[in-house]
Design a protein around this ligand. Structure first.
Ligand code: NAD
Length: 270
């Protein structure tokens, strides 16, 4: 399925770790739609090697960048514009990590050094990415910037831990920076609030298997997969969505507006 929706567009894709990653699927779909891009990830993720296969499949260059480092981001954006031969039309921020979750710390027993690190990686990095693009005037008019988020920003999912707070911050940054990027550069900024998805980051959340099955039963259309998310992102990078900005867009098969489903009622009527 290719409509060449991104023909002639250039960008940066953050966060492809392995073939399950939402960013991996997005890179494949953007490539199929004619977009060209630089792939980037933290140095540690790149050492794990798999991103080389994606780069080969999409004829992309890889540039390592810790998204919390302003210096790395400056280098990345400078080199991406150089390699791709012009300013950028799209950027995907697909980055998340909680040290408290990784170390098994409960929300009621946070280690605040861990909290600060997770916030920097998962939330503030989105501001840093956009501030770098803004200051370097690296985005073309009518460009599109997308970050991925989760509904725990609005409603409580206890095991999502401090990532809930990070996502609330991330969504707020999209609105705030979206204003300035819209006014000054005619660039749109949105977050996609994605269904639970079996990736490295997703499966790190306690109780993920039960939770993804619950979400599947609660969503009239079923959970959105990583490929579905990639397709939605392509639409947001395309010229068909030019006036959509500063939005948190639920991409969850209807989960967020469902009070209860027939399947869940039946389960509790046994
Ligand atoms: N999987 C889900 O259930 C789900 C649901 C909603 C939203 N999301 C969001 O989607 C995004 C992508 O996650 P995923 O599910 O594809 O998992 P993933 O583990 O494949 O991707 C997370 C990425 O973040 C990268 N990263 C971590 N620290 C970094 C740093 N300092 N600098 C640069 N990159 C860094 C990792 O290397 C990895 O590539 C995240 O923002 C996640 O919160 C995931």
């Amino acid at each position: 399925m290719s409509h060449q929706l991104l023909q002639g567009k250039r960008g940066i894709i953050f966060g492809a770790l392995d073939p399950n990653s939402i960013a991996w699927k997005t890179a494949m779909r953007v490539h199929e739609e004619g977009g060209v891009f630089v792939l980037t990830n933290a140095p540690i993720a790149m050492r794990m090697g798999q991103i080389n296969d994606l780069a080969a499949a999409t004829q992309s260059t890889i540039i390592h960048c810790d998204a919390t480092s302003e210096e790395d981001l400056h280098q990345l954006v400078t080199q991406a514009v150089e390699i791709l031969g012009g300013k950028l039309d799209f950027v995907l921020h697909s980055i998340g990590m909680s040290v408290n979750v990784r170390k098994g710390k409960a929300y009621t027993d946070e280690n605040y050094d861990f909290t600060a690190k997770g916030w920097d990686v998962s939330a503030l990095s989105f501001h840093k990415v956009m501030q770098t693009l803004y200051k370097q005037d690296a985005m073309n008019e009518w460009g599109s910037i997308v970050a991925l988020t989760y509904m725990a920003a609005q409603r409580t999912f206890p095991d999502y831990n401090d990532m809930a707070d990070n996502k609330a911050y991330l969504e707020s940054v999209a609105r705030s920076f979206g204003y300035f990027f819209g006014k000054e550069k005619k660039v749109r900024v949105n977050t996609i609030s994605q269904s639970p998805t079996p990736t490295t980051a997703g499966q790190g959340v306690k109780g993920f298997d039960g939770f993804i099955s619950y979400a599947e039963k609660m969503s009239p259309l079923g959970n959105a997969t990583a490929l579905d998310c990639a397709n939605y992102t392509v639409s947001l990078f395309s010229d068909l969505t030019r006036k959509v900005t500063m939005q948190n867009l639920f991409h969850d098969g209807g989960f967020s507006n469902t009070g209860v489903s027939q399947e869940v009622i039946e389960y509790f009527s046994k």
